[in-house]
Design a binder for this molecule. Structure first.
Ligand SMILES: Nc1ncnc2c1ncn2[C@@H]1O[C@H](COP(=O)(O)OP(=O)(O)OP(=O)(O)O)[C@@H](O)[C@H]1O
Length: 383
């Protein structure tokens, strides 16, 4: 089963389990994949029908199935390209004349279809690295190569989109702004209206399309930026702290959207996301780069230092004292037990597995409020 067929099957399952919102998002993605005006029209008509039939689930099931069938007929004949490397950075360093901070050396590769999580505490160089990767800053040492078709720096910048943490204020409605963006990328006439309609709906902005910047919450401003980005069709998207002002549900939605956008079988892109939301980003990334005092530490990448992740590290909360826990966990070769005021972090050698830890918890009746295996999480770098 290829990537398209797998994603198509997932969409069929969304429909079977009556998850109509997710199914509709995928229908829009697939519609954009067709790059055919006649399909844009069909899906826009469907969106208008949904506006007036929100609670008509039987009707939705039928209409979504019909359009999915047609999309399958068309897209199953389309060629899926093999993911290409987009960018390679080799020993990149950056220092500022006005500050003692220095970033690097950083080496990384980013391919189409990949999400790269960039994590680290404040002031550790995440923004500097994103600005280097998008060409806004020049490296002091090292090199960044872009495996993209471009004639000059201007054309390159259209393929790399950087969304800063605090994007600029804009004026007028969401709809006007997106239509303007589309027309400045040469998407004109009916195609402009249809594409903007699809993308507004895809990003959950349909009911907000006539609103302007000052009436939107931070989450919706981020959705607007993503909608604008989709119209510009970049190859590489670099986003600074997109989760910063979002509630936990919106964080998940945005990360799922990134995944769907990055892993499109026909229009894949690379996405680099900086964030302090470790667990959420780790769950959704193919590669995680942790920056500490400007230095790079990798997890989940080919270069990940296997020796470093060999031991078992568990973070947990318990009302037992350190002494009681120490005595119990020593039975499974505890190396070290740290307490940070609210949670414990227990270190074990690589001969001990999560099951051994859970067995002791049950056998000794240790009260546990929560636990997390952080052996292969960048959380361990924060400790
Ligand atoms: N133009 C600049 N001139 C001098 N120093 C700078 C400049 N830009 C960033 N720095 C310094 O570089 C360091 C890293 O900043 P950067 O914004 O890259 O980190 P960050 O991890 O994105 O932090 P935050 O999460 O707080 O945005 C900081 O000490 C900052 O003061």
């Amino acid at each position: 089963m290829n990537l398209f067929e797998k994603q198509f099957q997932d969409t069929i399952h969304f429909l079977q389990f009556e998850d109509y919102d997710l199914a509709l998002k995928r229908i829009i993605d697939l519609t954009l994949d067709t790059e055919e005006l006649s399909f844009y029209k069909k899906t826009c008509e469907l969106l208008r029908w949904v506006d007036y039939n929100e609670s008509n689930t039987d009707g939705k099931k039928e209409k979504y199935s019909v359009i999915l069938n047609e999309l399958y007929q068309l897209l199953s004949k389309k060629e899926i390209s093999k993911p290409k490397i987009l960018l390679e950075a080799n020993n990149v360093k950056k220092s500022y004349s006005q500050s003692a901070f220095s970033l690097g050396p950083i080496s990384l590769k980013i391919s189409e279809g990949q999400i790269v999580g960039l994590v680290g505490e404040n002031g550790n160089g995440k923004t500097s690295l994103l600005r280097l990767l998008c060409g806004e800053l020049d490296a002091t040492e090292g090199s960044i190569s872009y495996m993209l078709d471009y004639e000059d720096r201007y054309e390159l910048r259209t393929k790399l989109i950087y969304i800063p943490q605090r994007p600029n204020i804009w004026y007028g409605s969401i709809l006007d702004n997106l239509q303007f963006t589309a027309s400045s990328y040469n998407i004109k006439g009916e195609k402009n209206e249809l594409m903007v309609d699809l993308i507004i709906s895809r990003m959950g902005l349909r009911n907000y399309r006539n609103m302007n910047w000052k009436n939107l919450s931070s989450g919706y401003k981020m959705k607007f930026e993503l909608a604008r980005m989709l119209l510009r069709k970049p190859k590489l998207l670099l986003i600074d702290e997109p989760l910063a002002n979002l509630d936990i549900l919106s964080q998940q939605t945005v990360l799922e959207d990134f995944k769907a956008i990055a892993k499109s079988p026909f229009r894949p892109l690379g996405i680099v996301v900086s964030s302090q939301q470790l667990y959420e980003v780790e769950k959704n990334s193919d590669q995680v780069i942790f920056l500490k005092y400007g230095e790079q530490k990798n997890l989940k990448s080919e270069e990940a230092n296997k020796k470093e992740i060999a031991e078992l590290i568990i973070e947990f909360e318990s009302e037992w004292s350190q002494k009681q826990l120490h005595a119990a966990l020593s039975k499974i070769s505890l190396i070290k037990l740290q307490y940070n005021g609210s949670s414990y972090i227990a270190y074990f050698p690589n001969t001990i597995f999560l099951n051994n830890f859970l067995t002791i918890i049950i056998d000794d009746n240790i009260p546990i409020k929560y636990f997390r295996n952080i052996s292969d999480s960048t959380r361990r770098f924060f400790i």
